[in-house]
Design a protein around this ligand. Sequence first.
Ligand SMILES: NC(=O)c1ccc[n+]([C@@H]2O[C@H](COP(=O)([O-])OP(=O)(O)OC[C@H]3O[C@@H](n4cnc5c(N)ncnc54)[C@H](O)[C@@H]3O)[C@@H](O)[C@H]2O)c1
Ligand SMILES: [Zn+2]
Length: 400
Amino acid sequence: MQKLEQRFNIQYAFPVYFVRNIFNGEEQLLASLLLQAGEKRHKILCIVDSGVMDMDPALAGRIEDYAAANREVMQLCAPILTISGGEICKSQPAVIESIVRHIHTHHLCRQSFVLAIGGGAVQDGVGYAAAIAHRGVRLIRMPTTVLAQNDAGVGVKNGINAMGRKNFLGTFAPPFAVINDFSFLDTLPPRQQRAGIAEAVKVALIKDNSFFSYLEDQRHKLAAFERRPMEKMIHQCAALHMHHIGTQGDPFEFGSSRPLDFGHWSAHKLEEMTGSMLNHGEAVSVGMALDSLYSHHIGMIGEDDAQRIFTLLTDLGLPLYHPALALMDASTALHEFQEHLGGELTITLLTGIGSKKEVNRIDTDLMKRCIKELAHRFSGRNEVADHRPDRFAPHFSVLN
Ligand SMILES: NC(=O)c1ccc[n+]([C@@H]2O[C@H](COP(=O)([O-])OP(=O)(O)OC[C@H]3O[C@@H](n4cnc5c(N)ncnc54)[C@H](O)[C@@H]3O)[C@@H](O)[C@H]2O)c1
Ligand SMILES: [Zn+2]
């Protein structure tokens, strides 16, 4: 037998900026980023979420003016491409094909840039197209939702829905840079703003007790989406996510453990059962309430800590229960969660506010009792009520 062994390491690094009004003409961040990439006129394909463009049609003009004013470092190689925002862009192959076709038709190369302006779904879809064209065109992300700025947009994953399953196709592809422009949030509807706060509660619960206390202190201001606490929350949440991805030794998720997915096994199932009528952040809120109650009932956290979590979620206006939860088969949901990650079932539970433990076994009878208790305590409160149980037809499997 002969054997050769290949081995190499690659260092990845990308900056995440927090700014306002990136295209107002005075802000030079984008131009200087491009300059750092080389003293030449960089080709850029700019792709914008239709939800963003609908709320701010003048955005296209501001981007074009910015490009013209910085023509020595950037060139828009095609008219700005607007694609459907939300889950549609990840579900229709034609959207991804149109991005790949633009990259081909306008002769972008691996040194060119795709600029993605949009929510988490657009970031995922555009990121996927940019990653597969030429095996990777450089990507600058400009996330425009709270959830994309504090979670989805600052990580290393992309994905689209295929084979009837969510995020079935996708890659791990770190971006060139991320620019979180808070001014995009000015047009974001309240429901989307609130959904993003759920991910901040999640990361505080598993990693940072003092961040949880901050969210508690500021919860009424956050519920009213006051600018300063919202911006601080986004910054700290993004920092914690980035710290986790960068320091825990498994950025490309080769192992079975995904501690950042606290509350997510049932959240994924709820998104599926409601056909995404319950959005990701709302489903995560319900999932966190469930796993916090379970953590309490197996003696890992006290009643007072569980109550603090329920009060925070409630006061933020997030749901703690949804009727689809009563119809959920916990064993199947846990099995599907395990299947996507591969390996042994690994579920993150809490041992306190800001500390977690991974377990490999869940008592599904106790989990069912926890669901009943949540129904009893929180049914009707902050519930997302625009759909009935008879409409919980499976839509697609949700795997983030
Ligand atoms: N890659 C990852 O690591 C990761 C992590 C978490 C979630 N995700 C994905 O992110 C997606 C959810 O992202 P999301 O919560 O940002 O929602 P979203 O991208 O689905 O957007 C929600 C809605 O808001 C609109 N919108 C976006 N920005 C706006 C703005 N500034 N003003 C007005 N409307 C705006 C969109 O058009 C859409 O209709 C899911 O597909 C999920 O799978 C990915
Ligand atoms: Zn999430």
